[in-house]
Design a protein. Sequence first.
Length: 291
Amino acid sequence: MTPVIQYVRNSRAVNSLVAFLKLLYHSLLGLSANEIPVRAAALTYATLLAGVPFLVILSIFAAKLGYLPLLSSVLPELRESLGLEVPLERLQEIVRQAQSVRLNRLGILGSFSLLVVFLLAVSGLEQSVNVIWGIRRHRNWLVRMRVYLPFLLFLVSFFLLVSWMLVELKAYLNALVFAAPEYQVDKDVPFRAIAVSVMAFSWFAIGFLYYLIPYTKVRVRSAIIGATVSTAVLFVFLYLMLKLQSLLFTRYSLIYGSLAVFPLLMLVLYFGWVIILYGVILTHGHQMARA
């Protein structure tokens, strides 16, 4: 055996890389073993079911904080900043309808029902995650309330922060151009800044999900590794979707007409959940390998 081959075999960096690549491969095989395509489909419908209640809850919090007008400008800003060519009028109507709901009109029963729908959707996610982890126990509803309510507050804060950042960044760049017309601002700067910021927040949110949802103790390092891989894959997928949006929307329009945005949204949600659940398998595999 030559010294070079012996050095490579004894190198910790090389061994760690090989072990990581094996983990990625075995996690990929776990997509079928854990019935991830079926679970991702169920989570897609659960997301759509919980979407409107979440928008109502988000609007109520935004109104209390004085940021309700901010939500109305998010979709137009996203369309302009990301170069979306898909018409978002239907989604904008749903957002406006959710914003028109007031807490005093909902009452106690209506508010409780919104919360229950959201909790049921997250419970479906917990069930899928626990199956991947091989956990047969489930949290009782009191524990779920205690765990999921902070998660709901985190999601609300996350969406409000991203919305505020999106609008404020665009306003800052417009003010910069107005104050100094001779200063040329690269048109890709808003997109890059927003993409990097959203990627960072998404990484934190996904890592928080991997750490919080399983009904067992999850190591922080394993959650970080799973979140890093899934966030990277997720944004590569979203980048490809941005490049293919016109082609996909044209094809869907032949079947669904003006409603083509909804199957396109479901497609994004479905593969998004597949990627997130792949990260769960990766997190579990990494923790078991270090056990």
